[in-house]
Design a protein around this ligand. Structure first.
Ligand SMILES: *Cc1c(COP(=O)(O)O)cnc(C)c1O
Length: 410
């Protein structure tokens, strides 16, 4: 029985969500819109199969075919990223980080990662996360003048803290990261290097920004952001750590793998290896630069003054709108973003003084720099005239017609 007949109540909610996705302009930097092929694999009968273990080393019978699925995903990821060892089982982008932490540290030992204010991620040692409860995380940030990573400062902190592990990578940093310098600093203090490329994995796969893989002992990622796969995660490491990492993820941290999701990852890796994906990724970068330039022309202050990747952060300042207000205003005109703490933020993360904007989803719909300029104008008009109903309703109509002009092609 199909979903609509079996469960009308739920099916209607999903239909409304699909309509919402079609009718809004999504600038959430961590989201994307997957292909029909990825969705088909996600919804396939592979969801029925238990497969604890790894290909050819399972704890269940009947696993010959899911072995083929998982091996295909592994082989494709290895080729796509020029990786020595790959684990495709992580349920999300957080679990890979836990697997690395528990592989290289004992509870209470020290790691060094970017703070949340500068754009770090909860799984990089936040006291709210198990990572911060079990391990001691020292933190580095950005230079408050340039809002860029300060490698001299990083080295000083690393020498002082003597971490076992240094974590590079962020959720809201709009600039490129110098992995070579990170590795040199790690080597100098006897630490291992983990690069969390969750946000930028698609750009790395496409080869349009530098890859951390030659420099890092471990690279972790989610698969659903710029990489445009199903919600999930991925661990890449040097061969020497492969066995330890695999055992730490299963049975250490996770249970049985989601082979339907792993199949969908395999599809996404195939898609990401095609020339079209490189064209797409270049366009993601172009659109982000265009959005940044237009917003600056409109008088908004961008953290670090711009972007080298798929995202940018507007800082409204202490006296301006809060991130929460801006998010709500934009949502009311069918433009979806998320609030974001900025480097000098005095407000709590739930309120915050900025918003983060990204171009992966709009670019998937086929937005070029021309449409992106229009989106920047809409965002500007809405945020500058919060009480003007006419401006707001015109913006909503424009957002809706842009969305209808460029629907998602399956
Ligand atoms: C998104 C993200 C993750 C993964 O988050 P999940 O929600 O667990 O998939 C990990 N690290 C960084 C830096 C991220 O931005």
């Amino acid at each position: 029985m199909n979903l609509a007949d079996q469960d009308k109540e739920l099916s209607k909610i999903i239909d409304r969500e699909e309509l919402r996705q079609n009718e809004t302009l999504n600038l959430v930097a961590s989201e994307n819109h997957v292909s029909r092929a990825v969705r088909e694999a996600t919804a396939s009968s592979l969801t029925n199969k238990y497969a604890e273990g790894y290909p050819r080393k399972r704890y269940y019978g009947g696993t010959g075919l899911v072995d083929e699925v998982e091996q295909l995903a592994i082989d494709r990821a290895k080729k796509l990223f020029s990786a020595e060892h790959v684990n495709v089982q992580p349920y999300s982008g957080t679990n890979p980080n836990l697997a690395v932490y528990f592989s290289v540290m004992e509870p209470g030992e020290t790691a060094l990662a970017m703070n949340l204010q500068a754009g770090g991620h909860l799984s990089h040692g936040s006291p709210m996360s198990i990572s911060g409860k079990v391990f001691r995380f020292a933190q580095y940030g950005v230079n408050l003048e340039t809002e860029l990573l300060d490698y001299d400062e990083l080295e000083k902190i690393a020498k002082r803290e003597k971490p076992k592990l240094i974590v590079a990578g962020a959720s809201a940093y709009s600039r490129l990261i110098d992995y070579k310098v990170f590795r040199e600093i790690a080597d100098n203090v006897g630490a291992l290097l983990l690069v969390d490329m969750a946000h930028i994995a698609g750009l790395v796969a496409a080869g349009v920004i530098p890859s951390p893989i030659p420099y890092a002992h471990f690279v972790t990622s989610s698969t659903h952001k710029t990489l445009r796969g199903p919600r999930g995660g991925l661990i890449i490491c040097k061969e020497e750590f492969g066995e330890t990492i695999d055992k730490m993820l299963f049975p250490g941290i996770q249970g049985g793998p989601l082979e339907n999701i792993i199949a969908a990852k395999a599809v996404a890796f195939l898609e990401a290896s095609k020339p079209e994906f490189k064209t797409y990724s270049l366009s993601v970068l172009d659109n982000a630069k265009t959005l940044a330039k237009e917003l600056e022309n409109e008088g908004f202050r961008l953290v670090s003054g711009g972007t080298d990747n798929h995202l940018l952060n507007i800082d409204f300042g202490e006296a301006g709108l809060t991130g929460k207000e801006a998010e709500k205003l934009l949502e009311s005109v069918n433009i979806i973003v998320n609030r974001e703490v900025v480097p000098r933020d005095k407000r709590k993360p739930y309120i915050s003084s900025g918003v983060r904007l990204g171009t992966p989803t709009l670019t998937t719909r086929g937005f070029s720099t021309e449409e992106t300029k229009l989106v920047a104008k809409l965002i500007s008009a809405v945020l500058k005239n919060p009480a003007d109903e006419k401006v707001q309703s015109e913006a909503k109509n424009s957002a809706l017609s842009l969305a209808k002009k460029l629907p998602f092609s399956d």
